[in-house]
Design a protein around this ligand. Sequence first.
Ligand SMILES: *[C@@H]1O[C@H](CO)[C@@H](O)[C@H](O)[C@H]1NC(C)=O
Ligand SMILES: *[C@@H]1O[C@H](CO)[C@@H](O)[C@H](O)[C@H]1NC(C)=O
Ligand SMILES: *[C@@H]1O[C@H](CO)[C@@H](O)[C@H](O)[C@H]1NC(C)=O
Ligand SMILES: *[C@@H]1O[C@H](CO)[C@@H](O)[C@H](O)[C@H]1NC(C)=O
Ligand SMILES: *[C@@H]1O[C@H](CO)[C@@H](O)[C@H](O)[C@H]1NC(C)=O
Length: 591
Amino acid sequence: MKGLAQSLLALSILSSSVLAFDRPALVLQDGSATVGDIHRTQGPRPNIVFILVDDQDLQLGSLSYTPHINRYIRDQGIFYKNHFVTTALCCPSRVSLWTGKQAHNTNVTEIYPPYGGYPKFVTEGHNDNWLPLWLQDAGYNTYYTGKLFNSHTVDNYHSPFVRGFNSSDFALDPYTYQYLHPVYQRDQDDPVDYAGRHTIDVIRQKALGYLDDAIAESEDRPFFLTIAPIAPHSNFEMANDSDVTTFRFSAPIPLDRHRGWFPNAKVPRTANFNPDSPSGVNWIRTLPQQDQASIDSNDEFYRARLRALQGVDELVEDVIHALDSAAVLENTYIFYTSDNGYHIGQHRLHPGKECGFEEDIRVPMFIRGPGIPSGEEVEAPTTHIDLAPTIFEIAGIPLRDEFDGTAVPFEPGQDGRKEHVHVEYWGKAGFEGETSRMPNGGPVAFRNNTYKALRVLGDGYNLYYSVWCTNEHELYDLATDPHELTNLHPSANSTAEQLLGFPIEKVISRLDALLLVLKSCQGISCTKPWDVLHPAGDVQTLRDALADSFDVFYQSQVRVEYGWCEEGYILEAEGAQVPAVYQGTRWSDWW
Ligand SMILES: *[C@@H]1O[C@H](CO)[C@@H](O)[C@H](O)[C@H]1NC(C)=O
Ligand SMILES: *[C@@H]1O[C@H](CO)[C@@H](O)[C@H](O)[C@H]1NC(C)=O
Ligand SMILES: *[C@@H]1O[C@H](CO)[C@@H](O)[C@H](O)[C@H]1NC(C)=O
Ligand SMILES: *[C@@H]1O[C@H](CO)[C@@H](O)[C@H](O)[C@H]1NC(C)=O
Ligand SMILES: *[C@@H]1O[C@H](CO)[C@@H](O)[C@H](O)[C@H]1NC(C)=O
């Protein structure tokens, strides 16, 4: 609680209006007070800076190379150790983040039309109903610089303009991922070509400029600023600058001063790194083991990511210093996270994302700010869907019914909040490294990468369960198999008979029913899915659902099943949508 007290002290020094409040200590000693309560009762509303990077991993160790991010954000706040994205792909993940909804409720599921990208964000109505607009309505000034969504281009940026920001300066396609040839577009101005300048230098200047503006304009309205650098995403090059079909992905390009850093860094050689036997299902199972040339090249790609990330690490220090020298640091929440994770070599995969494995769905996630203890870790599972509600909580805005998540805990030890994460994906998967090209030099793409999955992290269990559009299944027990190498599902010819001390089919019946609810959940049914199956409210966890008295109910429950594979959210292909509801009577009602 030391951090909390310090923050409060700083808060009260910061603003004379805080000094007028007579009971800050009381609120703080009351364990039930949330961060939002603190601000609702105590004066100036906090600012929020949201740093959203692109494709940064948690599992591959990138945080061992980011001293400023660790020192100024992680160590000053909370590290959400079990934080997941719900769709492991930039645009769908970002739309879910900024709307507080699962991708099946945004129906932005791809990076380009017809199923995704900026045009789909607009046609689905999100441009008129999303976080920056809600924050403006609630009295915030809002600013954004960097990458917003894929397929937000030099041709469509004005049809319509992005809504919700007092000022914005977006990186636009097809230049978004061109480290040395970015194009940015401010407010309603024409795009500006920064050929020859490094994208991190450009965004740094814009971010610090916005901080100055935001601070200067924050007398009556606090600010919300998003800084969204593209590092450490792969670089995108076009052989012919006026022909986007000539593109290829290559290793990210660091700032000159970071070239050659970490010459000995390598992808961690975990048990799932380029394994001798294939793992996973579907197209992943067909991948050949990588040869030494590929491994070497992918290690170099890994180092390039770490080097590109240094620009972000330095930018974080600049942001902290700017907030500090303007004396607003202690009244500012800072979020740091990534739109999705990344794999390099695990399960024989070449560099990329889009899978349901831990590497792709887990991301770094930190929050520091007033009332948040420093150097703490939260174990409870949290997701990107929870972040819009979290920002609402901080800003003191009543939550919207349409939110599919709930605010993250602001201190450790708040168990029992929820134990599930619902991961969903539609469409293709691709590779981005140097070593995995198609004969024409383009990146490899795999179809039928459509699946629904669950992570369940509860008292005594740590599971991953998935159903693919091919009706293949995966079931991993991460307590004993943290690298997801042993598929325990009977369809994978597993001989496992027991899981968590129960017959494995029994556990699967519960997981499948939970997935059935979550795949079409909305609002409260996403946060309290067991209430859909058990309206009496007597089942809140997987453990509760495993009671013998529910065996018959779960055995006869409709199963998650696809009719066929689609590249988007086509309801007809996705089987039953509505679960049977438990009608039985509890023994306690009889005796
Ligand atoms: C930011 O935009 C909101 C909504 O249009 C407006 O009420 C507010 O005055 C603007 N802030 C500044 C500093 O212009
Ligand atoms: C680049 O592409 C444009 C548009 O397709 C084409 O007109 C032009 O000839 C190409 N230039 C080169 C050097 O290939
Ligand atoms: C399971 O065993 C059958 C019969 O030997 C085989 O055809 C099938 O490929 C196996 N499936 C997997 C996932 O190993
Ligand atoms: C994709 O799945 C469909 C079934 O929906 C199947 O017919 C097709 O062969 C699969 N394609 C690949 C490349 O696996
Ligand atoms: C999602 O969007 C696609 C493309 O516009 C559309 O075909 C599909 O029906 C939508 N899905 C749902 C469930 O509305």
